[in-house]
Design a protein around this ligand. Structure first.
Ligand code: M6R
Length: 368
């Protein structure tokens, strides 16, 4: 059942292209984004004036990624909240607020309570879920299933990529309903999403080098992760994978925060993973990160750089370079997360840990 893989997680990493294709399937017909099985009306979407994404763990990171896209496409304010914080706060919601509750299992206690909290205040709740008929979709107004297939490994992989794609469908549906994107632009964005399974497949065909790197740094005491823009949540996700699988101290930071504290952690030989934006995207983002890498390298860090193929500027600053295919900026998390999953899994294996069942963790956190 592991399809020749040693662990379910490794199988699930390999299934990501198929999972993404399944998430997108059936959601673009006759030139329009079609949201969900249960339908949420266009009028409801038009009236939305604020979006909250509530979730935990990796699902929360998928929401952080979506914030960049939804704000850009829809010109709507987007707040991304840890469900465990949201549920005990007094968030400002009304019937024109769309709350997107993201959960692979659909059973996470805090996310479920966040859904109840939002509905009490008359917000509309859309669940993004991977498990048919789970409690969170049952208690939501509408549901968008990710269709990534069952995820057995405790560390989320294919469900995470599928959540990003599903959140993007929500963003495109909002843009379409609100008219902030023309139909041909929505079609183009969807077309770019549809090209992602092939891009992820390409990353998967080159992961051997990442595995080998994982084995070489498996004895490190800590690993830091830096990113900007959509690369920031990718850094958080890379650090979470490493914590949960390899029991290693790992932290993700927004690269712009370096001088506000984290740079003090840099010491000789400390591996620092840097998630680079495309050199063809916003030039300022790229050049800022290049200078961040040079600063940490000058202080002795061992830089591990995830960069777009052919990005020559970054080469001199990369002690280790992992190349990913060129894709539009907002879609980069779908390719740049994959090497970080592979890295964490390989470090954990090298340290002799069970990659599917990390200590102290459950697949679905149904108690607080
Ligand atoms: O089932 P959910 O998506 O609601 O789960 C949320 C988190 O518990 C989950 O993403 C967790 O952080 C993963 N183990 C991360 O790999």
């Amino acid at each position: 059942e592991k399809g020749g893989h040693e662990y379910f997680m490794l199988k699930e990493i390999d299934e990501q292209p198929e999972a993404l294709a399944n998430t997108l399937r059936g959601h673009f017909e006759a030139g329009r984004i079609i949201l969900d099985e249960q339908r949420i009306s266009d009028q409801d979407l038009r009236d939305v004036d604020k979006v909250f994404v509530v979730a935990c763990g990796s699902a929360y990171h998928s929401g952080l990624v979506a914030k960049y896209a939804i704000e850009h496409w829809c010109r709507l304010p987007v707040e991304v909240e840890l469900a465990s914080e949201f549920r005990y706060r007094d968030p400002v919601l009304d019937r024109d607020t769309l709350v997107v509750a993201v959960s692979q299992s659909g059973e996470t206690a805090d996310t479920l309570e966040a859904v109840r909290h939002a509905r009490e205040q008359k917000a509309r709740v859309l669940a993004v879920c991977n498990t048919n008929g789970a409690q969170i979709p049952r208690e939501s107004d509408a549901v968008l299933y990710t269709h990534a297939g069952p995820e057995i490994g405790v560390a989320s992989t294919k469900a995470f990529l599928a959540q990003i794609a599903a959140n993007y469908l929500v963003g495109l549906a909002l843009a379409q309903a609100r008219g902030t994107k023309y139909p041909d632009e929505v079609a183009r964005e969807f077309g770019e999403l549809e090209a992602m399974p092939a891009a992820v497949q390409k990353v998967l065909s080159t992961v051997e080098q990442t595995r080998e790197l994982g084995r070489r740094i498996a004895d490190s005491r800590a690993v830091l992760f830096l990113g900007r823009h959509v690369g920031f949540p990718v850094a958080l996700e890379g650090a979470l994978k490493l914590k949960e699988l390899a029991y290693m101290h790992a932290e993700g930071f927004a690269a712009g925060e370096l001088k506000h504290g984290p740079i003090a952690l840099i010491e000789e030989g400390l591996p620092v993973v840097v998630v680079m934006p495309s050199p063809k995207g916003r030039a300022v983002l790229h050049s800022k990160l290049v200078s961040n890498i040079s600063e940490i390298q000058a202080r002795g860090a061992r830089t591990i750089v995830i960069a777009e193929e052919g990005d020559e500027t970054v080469r001199p600053f990369a002690d280790e370079l992992i190349e990913v295919p060129a894709v539009p900026t907002l879609l980069q998390p779908l390719v740049s997360t994959v090497p970080l999953q592979v890295l964490a899994a390989e470090i954990a294996r090298s340290r002799g840990y069970d990659v599917d069942k990390p200590r102290n963790l459950a697949k679905s956190v149904t108690v607080e």
